[in-house]
Design a protein around this ligand. Structure first.
Ligand code: NDP
Ligand code: CA
Length: 321
């Protein structure tokens, strides 16, 4: 099991010693579409048994339950109908937005489209409103979506001056060659949030941007007037470098040359506004050894993406001045 990392402040970071009532634990996870993982993804090193839904769905739940997030942002969900009743039974509410033309629709035994969803704990937050957004580029709809919730922290967090928390998630267009589309999609979401979010509100934007930190869309997040910071940079010694990976997998090459393609990249992020939220702790990524030479997914890791988990404190009036 991965450990908790050291943040800038040198906080207590042992798992189980955090979780103050007023803190908010946020999980970002691309769960891996069941429809895509058995075929199109071509994970040649992963035993087929590890990808069977009957096993994988329990590993998925285990992953979520062990971190006990107050808010979770999930992508590539094509089993909302499985997750929703279980998570509802343990106190979450949430919503799903399918991709308009999900590739998961076209596979044998499809369970429907994949998409993004947000879940939050009802005992911590009161619902204010929700948007499901199909991202546009050049005024045309694209195949990528976002879910945006506005929530009000309940009484147990009443010492905070923050009236509302806005939480958005997205999964941008995948693959090399689509950098400009990702940039347009990310900029569209940022514009949407700039119009929606009050300056005094706390904002979290979590997602699989399918872009590393040298891409224009990453820069659009950094430069945004929303003043977003990337939480996971805090894990690095200089506090300014993104992690080495958030996904690590091996695909079979489909071309005539065959062979394997090793993909070890940083594509997933938790962005937050530091005028309203103080970063308290981050979950470390498993090490090379813990991951194993066949990488993800595997019997241990049900997705090809790692979970990102960050714990924040809502700042009080005097702290946020
Ligand atoms: P994306 O290009 O965004 O990718 C879809 C998924 O493929 C992502 O979840 C991504 O995962 C994964 N992926 C990334 N790289 C690879 C790779 N090298 N090999 C396999 N999978 C990969 O998809 P779009 O939403 O743009 O959808 C594609 C379009 O294709 C749809 O519009 C659909 O109409 C069309 N389509 C049609 C089919 C048909 O039979 N007619 C079949 C399939 C698709 P991650 O983000 O984790 O990298
Ligand atoms: Ca994927």
């Amino acid at each position: 099991r991965p450990s908790w990392g050291q943040t800038e402040e040198g906080m207590l970071t042992q798992e189980g010693t955090l979780k103050e009532a007023c803190n908010i634990r946020v999980m970002q996870w691309n769960v891996l579409s069941q429809g895509l993982c058995l075929g199109r993804d071509n994970f040649v090193r992963c035993p087929k048994e590890a990808l069977q839904w009957n096993l994988r769905r329990l590993r998925m739940l285990e992953e979520i339950l062990q971190y006990d997030p107050d808010i979770m942002c999930l992508q590539e969900v094509d089993h909302f109908g499985f997750l929703c009743p279980i998570l509802s039974a343990i106190g979450y509410d949430g919503a799903f937005c399918p991709k308009p033309d999900s590739p998961a629709l076209y596979v044998k035994d499809s369970n429907g489209p994949d998409g993004c969803c947000v879940f939050y704990k009802l005992n911590k937050f009161e619902f204010v409103d929700k948007d499901t957004v199909v991202l546009k580029a050049d005024d045309a709809y694209t195949n990528q979506v976002s879910v945006v919730f506005t929530l009000r922290p309940r009484a147990l967090c009443s010492s905070s001056s923050i009236q509302q928390l806005c939480i958005a998630t997205t999964h941008l267009k995948a693959k090399y060659g689509w950098e400009e589309l990702r940039h347009k999609q990310g900029s569209y979401l940022l514009d949407f949030l700039e119009k929606k979010v009050n300056r005094s509100d706390a904002l979290l934007v979590c997602g699989d941007l399918n872009a590393d930190c040298v891409e224009p869309v990453y820069n659009a997040f950094v430069q945004s007037s929303l003043k977003l910071s990337s939480a996971y940079k805090d894990l690095s010694p200089d506090g300014a470098t993104e992690p080495n990976y958030t996904t690590w997998k091996i695909r079979g090459r489909t071309g005539p040359e065959g062979g394997e393609q090793h993909v070890c990249r940083t594509l997933d992020y938790i962005w937050y506004t530091d005028h309203a939220l103080k970063l308290k702790a981050l979950l470390n990524f498993p090490t090379d050894e813990q991951i194993g030479q066949d990488r993800l997914p595997s019997f241990r890791y049900p997705s090809d993406h790692f979970s990102l988990v960050a714990e924040f404190a809502l700042l009080k009036a005097t702290e946020s001045d």
